[in-house]
Write a new protein. Structure first.
Length: 342
């Protein structure tokens, strides 16, 4: 997207502020002109890409103890994951728009600009962007296939299958209460184990187990979002897990999953699957308590002043908790690796 013709040039300081706002709130700044990069950061929902970055870093850090990790392959695989996530967000917008789920009154068009409904790009341009991103990923896959073989292809195809089937017919996993398990599989076993394999060329059984804690956290973000969208999804016949369970049960489920992250992490440290440094995740317990308490309170009827992503509510708390606990998990893996080298 080019900047508006005739508009005043945007200096680098303003661009950086724009990018920071887009990465913070999934929205462009409301009080100043925006540039092309900001538009694409918003359209690809780059604010949530750190969850993919964290999954990839976990896979790489777990691989750091292997005999001969290849960090070039790791970086290439991580780039592929980030491109795939950006493409996935555009795919969701494309198919939800095509099926009539996304309209100007839908939550998707209210909490942030929809690429097409906002008038930023056309539907054909959205499809073109999806194709370009997937071609870029296919190029990366070709390189990694040449050095790691068919298992890399299986990981990539499985991820693409869940990504497309999440909203696309005939499966539409999101419509059948299977979107949340799909996210658990992708951001845990597929991303973490896939990155480990790309980096090392091997895949021991313990890595699959080590991928589970962070998968729980990412799943809470999607469930939180689907709780926020429950009335709209139910009216559209989209049977997400919160629609199937009901709001109260879905709220309790998300609280349980957040707590389970700490229980599973502790168990893996005790069993020796993860290093002792990972216990640093318990520094996020005060935030966990605030988040669990937040989930025990009803959603307000209107947003607080300046709240950026209304009508979303519960997802924000889940995302903040996931970001903090995930970052501490990564830091704990770093500490554990350093401890083995001392």
């Amino acid at each position: 997207m080019a900047e508006l013709a005739g508009a005043a040039p945007i200096d680098m300081a303003a661009r950086l502020r724009n990018w920071r706002e887009a990465l913070r709130s999934v929205n462009p700044p409301a009080d100043r002109p925006i540039d092309a990069v900001t538009r694409w950061l918003v359209m690809t929902r780059a604010a949530v890409l750190p969850m993919t970055l964290t999954s990839g870093l976990i896979g790489g850090l777990l691989a750091s103890g292997a005999t001969r990790p290849n960090w070039w392959y790791f970086l290439l695989g991580l780039l592929g994951l980030l491109i795939a996530h950006a493409s996935n967000n555009l795919i969701n917008d494309y198919f939800d728009l095509a099926s009539g789920i996304d309209t100007s009154s839908a939550p998707r068009a209210l909490y942030g600009p929809h690429p097409v409904l906002s008038g930023w790009i056309t539907k054909s341009e959205l499809l073109r962007a999806i194709v370009i991103l997937n071609l870029a990923d296919a190029s990366i896959l070709g390189v990694l296939f040449a050095v790691r073989g068919w298992l890399v292809v299986l990981f990539a195809v499985a991820g693409l299958f869940v990504s497309v089937s999440y909203v696309a017919p005939p499966l539409r996993l999101k419509h059948r209460g299977l979107g949340e398990p799909g996210v658990f599989i992708v951001w845990g076993p597929l991303m973490v184990c896939g990155t480990y394999f790309v980096t090392t060329g091997e895949l021991p059984a313990w890595v699959w187990v080590a991928s589970l804690p962070y998968a729980l956290l990412v799943t809470t973000v999607l469930i939180g979002k689907h709780i926020d969208k429950l009335p709209y999804d139910a009216g559209q016949g989209v049977r997400t897990l919160p629609v199937i369970l009901g709001e109260r049960a879905a709220l309790r489920l998300n609280q349980s999953l957040m707590i389970s992250f700490y229980v599973v992490t502790a168990a893996l440290v005790i069993l020796g699957v993860l290093g002792i440094g990972v216990v640093i995740v318990f520094a996020a317990l005060p935030l966990l308590w605030r988040t669990v308490t937040f989930y025990s309170r009803p959603k307000p009827e209107r947003p607080p002043p300046g709240y950026p992503v209304w009508p979303l509510w519960y997802v924000g708390a889940a995302f903040i908790h996931t970001r903090r606990a995930g970052a501490l998990f990564v830091l704990g893996l770093i500490f554990s690796r350093i401890a083995t080298l001392i």
